[in-house]
Each structure stands twice: as C-alpha cells, then as structure tokens.
Design a protein around this ligand. Structure first.
Ligand code: NDP
Ligand SMILES: O=CC(=O)O
Length: 323
C-alpha cells in the first residue's frame, strides 16, 4: 500500500501525478482546524505533508501521529515549529536552491525601482502628468557605484552581491553571523558589524530568515543610524522589521525610501500607512514568483517528500538529525 500524504497547495498537473505515483494523496485547501476536523482520518494516517504558507505547529502535529516528513514549497520555514517536529522525529524538507537567483533578481528590481522611482513616475505617466520635459521633481538617485549593505550573506545574499559587484560596480558591505570568504574573495565584500553597515551603506538590504534573534532587528534605533539618503530594502521576512518604526523613519526623512517585498502582516492591509507614502515600493511577496522558479520549487518539494519518505535526505533537509 502506498503511504498517505496530505497536499495543502495546488500543484501543476504533472507534479500532482508524480506525487500520486508514489503516495495516496488527500488534497485539502489549508491546514485550518476545521479542515483537519473534516479530514480527521486522512490527517491521522498521513505520513507526509506537502504545501506552503500555512502554520505547522504542535497543535496540528498532535492530529498527525503517523507523520514522518513535511515538505515546504519555500526556503523559509519560520511557519514551522521545528522543536515540535524534532520532538516527534518528523523531517522538514525545503527548497533552498531552486529560487536563489530569482529572489536576487527581485532584490535588484526593488533597489532599482525605489532609487529611480520607477513605479511612481510610471503612474504619473499613466495619469497624464507627462505634459512637458521632466524636471528635478521626477529625478531619482543613482544605483551604480553606490555602497550596498547586505544583511544576511547566505545563498540569496551572495547572489545579490554578485549582481551588485559585477553588474553595478557597487562596493559590498555585509553583516552575517560569520564571515563568508567566498563573498570577500569573489566580490571584494567586507564583513562588518550591523552598526557600521547601517552608517555606511547607501542601500541597506535585508535578506534574513525570521528567527528569535532577527525579529524586529530593524527598529527606530537602526533607522536612525542610516544615512538620510539611504534606501531600505527588505525581501527576507516582514517581522524582521518594526514596521511602525519604518513608517516613522520614512515620514521624518530619516531615510530616503524603501523597497519592500515582505510585511509584518500579509497580505498588507489596504489601510497600511506604507501605501500612502510615494517613496515606498510595495510588492506582494513576489520574491520567487516567476513561472519557471515556482515550478522548480514545487518539483523540488515533491522530490524532497519522495526522498524523505524513502529515507534519502542528502540534501534540502532542515533537521537531518531526527532521521
Ligand atoms: N521574498 C521572498 O519571496 C523570499 C524570501 N526569502 C527569505 O530569505 C531568507 C534567506 O534565504 P537564503 O539566503 O536562502 O538563506 P540562508 O540560510 O542561505 O542565509 C541566511 C543568512 O542570514 C544570516 N543570518 C541568520 N541569522 C542572522 C542574525 N541573527 N544576524 C545576522 N545574520 C543572520 C545567516 O548568517 P550566517 O551565514 O552567518 O549563518 C546567512 O548569511 C529565507 O529564510 C526567507 O525568509 C527567501 C526566498 C524568497
Ligand atoms: O518567501 C519565500 C520563501 O521561499 O521562503
């Protein structure tokens, strides 16, 4: 008999078929308590769980006593209670390599669009305001050769540094818990403490995971340390930033602009002050959202679950020690 799995995210047809070739699949819309109750037997018997963007906590796991592996269609796994998974010896698989380059492209798009005011001036053209040659009130600021400060020099941080160094001639500063020789050697990058980065960078780019240490890492004190010309970029996780402090810093002119792909609350409420500020580019968490990359992520997640339930966890496993 095939092992049972719960699928809580729509997959492309061919990937759903690949999953069904290996497992008996129960498809559910989400992991809400009502859904679990309505499919109680399926959750009770499931050995695998596959999807994304839902909370996987101890309360859910208590309803899944047969679970052996979870597979998320994402690299970030802050929505999983890893301690609870470890305590139950449940593997957590993720998709670290499939999306790196695409997310780095999104970061560059945020940098360019916030510095050159691309969204704002394009809207002005559509509103019929381009009626004569433009003046300084339409100008932006340069990106090339400005200093980029990357907070989080992991896979995506490295791919961003590559673009900034080779593509735009930007000096690269970075902060991470440890020094990354590869970044130093390939991109002439300089590892520094966060305060130095905040004081010296023209673009402060956060691509951090959400953890107990990074929650609200960027608050009023950090924005106050940045240059008044600095542009703050965040494509890591929204809760790494105290959003009220960011709004206050933008309004007070403590920093020049912000480019954001992630928010404390998603979807970003339409009432958010951020949406009223012309110097904010706000994207709907599209870091990895290209057809190619989303397909590759889903394929990786399917293969990860097949591997994990067959005891093969050489790659993409967050907690291999529980095997
Ligand atoms: N907007 C989007 O759509 C997407 C967002 N993301 C987010 O980006 C994050 C990063 O992804 P990825 O680059 O693959 O992850 P990695 O694990 O490769 O890199 C994480 C980096 O963050 C650093 N870091 C972690 N904690 C701290 C800390 N307390 N202080 C300073 N640095 C810290 C790590 O430091 P060290 O190297 O020293 O360990 C590492 O350099 C994901 O976890 C996810 O939250 C990812 C994909 C898409
Ligand atoms: O935010 C997206 C991810 O893959 O993590």
């Amino acid at each position: 008999m095939k092992p049972s799995v719960i699928l809580y995210k729509a997959l492309p047809d061919d990937l759903q078929r690949r999953l069904e070739a290996h497992f008996s699949v129960t498809k559910v819309p989400n992991l809400d308590a009502d859904t679990v109750q309505n499919h109680a037997d399926a959750f009770k018997n499931a050995e695998g769980l596959l999807g994304s963007s839902e909370k996987v906590d101890a309360a859910l796991l208590d309803n899944m006593p047969a679970l052996r592996a979870t597979s998320t269609i994402s690299v970030g796994y802050d929505n999983f209670d890893v301690d609870a998974l470890n305590a139950r010896r449940v593997l957590l698989m993720h998709t670290p390599t499939a999306l790196t380059e695409t997310v780095a492209d999104t970061l560059m798009a945020l940098i360019l669009s916030s510095a050159r005011r691309v969204v704002e001036v394009a809207e002005r053209v559509k509103a019929g305001e381009w009626t004569k040659g433009i003046g300084p009130d339409w100008f932006g600021t340069d990106v090339h050769h400005k200093t980029i400060g990357i907070v989080g020099m992991g896979r995506i941080g490295l791919a961003l540094a590559q673009r900034a160094h080779f593509g735009f001639g930007m000096p690269v500063l970075y902060n991470a818990r440890r020094q990354h020789k590869e970044a130093d050697e390939r991109f002439n990058a300089r590892h520094c403490d966060l305060d130095t980065l905040l004081q010296e960078a023209d673009f402060v780019c956060s691509i951090l995971p959400l953890t107990d240490e990074t929650r609200h890492l960027f608050g009023a004190a950090e924005f106050a340390k940045m240059k008044s010309s600095a542009i703050f970029i965040n494509a890591g996780r929204g809760q790494v930033v105290d959003e009220n402090a960011l709004i206050a810093a933008l309004k007070a002119g403590e920093i020049h602009a912000a480019g954001l792909d992630v928010f404390e609350q998603e979807p970003l409420p339409v009432s958010s002050e951020l949406l009223k500020l012309p110097n904010v580019v706000a994207l709907p968490h599209i870091g990895s959202a290209t057809h190619e990359t989303r397909y590759n992520m889903a394929a990786t997640a399917v293969d990860n679950l097949i591997d994990a339930l067959n005891g093969k966890i050489e790659k993409n496993c967050v907690n291999p020690q529980v095997k």
